[in-house]
Design a protein around this ligand. Structure first.
Ligand code: NAP
Length: 283
């Protein structure tokens, strides 16, 4: 079997076209959706990520501001900026790029963002909304994975989904989203005794570990859907995921490539959440 590819670039383009359409409607009413991205420090990866997010906003017709601060910005000053953005009617979404310098408590900063502007979905109120199935913003990466799953047309009801990884922003919300779609969900992590025994039972595998070759072909049930969130580098410095793509694609029914799978969906869902926030504010 050769798996069908879940093409994140193609799906992202479709969703971004819809974001651009909704953004144009809001702009025509005098309330363009606005995203504020706050970057503290000089972390090279973070600089690339925020650049992509701001560019994506511009491409889709959203208003965006990038606030850059030196690594010596105090926690108090950052909290003041977040408060100002909370009060700014042009801004519907606030994203504070992580990681923050060590002297700043990231949880405190995220908690200071108004939940209705928490388009990253990291606030405890957003996590609580997901847990209880009430309206709120979903964390962008797992939300993007749900869109990829939806694009296959497969009904998740009664399917067994195995999520590998239990981080607050990726693994746990992923598991809750799958649960909300009536999948039976198993969460695996570094203390899981026999990972393969679990993955072999799975109709859907989502790998969110950050370690190459965590999922190999012998761990996958024929026809399973395999989503690879991991972002790693191989010996040649090439971007790769947690799944051994070359061999797993011969067993799986559907698979996401890295790059070109989950990655483009993460920024896209940020745009979707921002437009949604602006529509809610304008309603
Ligand atoms: P994280 O906070 O480091 O969490 C990794 C998880 O993997 C932890 O729950 C850990 O278990 C688990 N784990 C580690 N070794 C394991 C093993 N041998 N077997 C089973 N589980 C194991 O990372 P994260 O933020 O969730 O991100 C995960 C990966 O996704 C990273 O590669 C990251 O770069 C990538 N990512 C990609 C995107 C994207 O847009 N494509 C977005 C976000 C993240 P414990 O909890 O027991 O330690």
């Amino acid at each position: 079997m050769t798996a069908k590819i879940m093409d994140g670039n193609a799906l992202a383009a479709q969703l971004r076209a819809d974001v651009a359409r909704r953004s144009a409607q809001l702009s025509a009413r005098g309330t363009p959706p606005g995203l504020a991205v706050v970057l503290v420090g000089e972390d090279p990866a973070s600089q690339v990520y925020v650049g992509k997010k701001v560019q994506a906003c511009q491409d889709a017709g959203l208003y965006s501001v990038l606030e850059r601060y030196g690594a010596d910005l105090s926690e108090e000053a950052l909290l003041e900026r977040v408060a100002a953005l909370n009060a700014d009617p042009r801004i519907h979404g606030i994203l504070v790029q992580l990681p923050l310098p060590k002297h700043i408590d990231a949880q405190k900063v995220i908690a200071a963002i108004a939940p209705e502007k928490d388009v990253d979905g990291f606030h405890v109120a957003s996590a609580g909304a997901l847990l209880t199935g009430t309206p709120g913003f979903w964390s962008c990466t797992p939300y993007g994975c749900m869109k990829l799953l939806e694009s296959t047309g497969i009904d998740l009801r009664g399917k067994h989904a195995v999520v590998i990884g239990r981080s607050n922003n990726v693994g746990k919300p992923m598991a809750l989203m799958l649960l909300q779609k009536n999948a039976t969900v198993t969460i695996c992590h570094s203390a899981t005794a026999d990972l393969k025994a679990h993955t072999l039972q799975a109709d859907v595998i989502v790998a969110a570990v950050g370690r190459r070759n965590t999922v190999t072909a012998d761990m996958v049930k024929p026809g399973a859907v395999v989503i690879d969130i991991g972002m790693n580098r191989n010996e040649a410095g090439k971007l790769c995921g947690d799944v051994d793509f070359a061999t797993v694609k011969e067993v799986a029914g559907w698979i996401t490539p890295v790059p070109g799978g989950v990655g483009p969906m993460t920024v896209t869902m940020l745009l979707v959440n921002t437009v949604e926030a602006a529509e809610r504010a304008a309603a």
